[in-house]
Design a protein. Structure first.
Lengths: 114, 118
């Protein structure tokens, strides 16, 4: 089954404790992206990756890091989480073969930073 | 920068009735795509319908249809014969049309929470 998986689905942590949210896709997609969703703000892009070892900032990159060492994986790293990073996070992936390029979303990760 | 505006934070509809959700966007591009996503309580993002800007014909998917007005930069979603399972948050989203080496970022509106009353 074609899918994007994220782990963990729920996480409660404390300020300053480094954490990683994993994202993996099995569709051989080149493009992957992270969004955060906050009430009243919709979804906003954090980082994206066009391919292995190619990443760039989205609209709200502060406080986050990413890496793309393998095509299928695109982890989101919070080196020193703060309460304002409490949010719902989505990973998405897409191919680059032209057309409307449907983005497939993961199930979301609910992060709470105390 | 592109922006997407959903002016209705909440809407409600009676079961079996029709409801229209509004969306406007701002872009200087001529080639782009527009989407409606549904987010039920499970939080999964589900693509409902898409529209290519170069197509004049409005997209339709079963009970879901859009009214795409390119000149007015308007992209509303009509849900016919509303069902209890349609209750969800609905997001309008925009993506520019260039491909190959570009950021395929989706720009989302803030969402409209749809309630379906039995």
């Amino acid at each position: 089954e074609a899918q994007v998986t994220q782990n963990p689905r729920y996480l409660i942590t404390v300020t300053g404790k480094k954490l990683t949210v994993t994202c993996s896709q099995n569709m051989n997609h080149e493009y992957m992206s992270w969004y955060r969703q906050d009430p009243g703000l919709g979804l906003r892009q954090i980082y994206y990756s066009m391919n292995v070892e190619v990443t760039d900032k989205g609209d709200v990159p502060e406080g986050y890091k990413v890496s793309r060492k393998e095509k299928r994986n695109f982890p989101l790293i919070l080196e020193s989480p703060s309460p304002n990073q409490t949010s719902l996070y989505f990973c998405a992936s897409s191919n680059q073969q032209g057309g409307w390029l449907e983005q497939f979303f993961g199930p979301g990760t609910r992060l709470t930073v105390l | 920068a592109q922006t997407v505006t959903q002016s209705q934070p909440e809407m409600s509809v009676q079961e079996a009735e029709t409801v229209t959700l509004s969306c406007t966007y701002d872009t200087s591009e001529s080639d782009y795509y527009l989407f409606w996503y549904k987010q039920p309580p499970s939080r999964q993002m589900i693509l409902v319908i898409r529209q290519e800007a170069y197509k004049q014909q409005n997209a339709t998917e079963n009970r879901f249809s859009v009214n795409f007005q390119k000149a007015a930069k308007s992209f509303s979603l009509k849900i016919s014969d509303s069902q209890l399972g349609d209750a969800a948050m609905y997001f309008c989203a925009y993506r520019f049309g260039r491909s190959g080496g570009s950021n395929y970022k989706l720009t989302f509106g803030k969402g409209t929470l749809l309630t379906v009353n039995p």
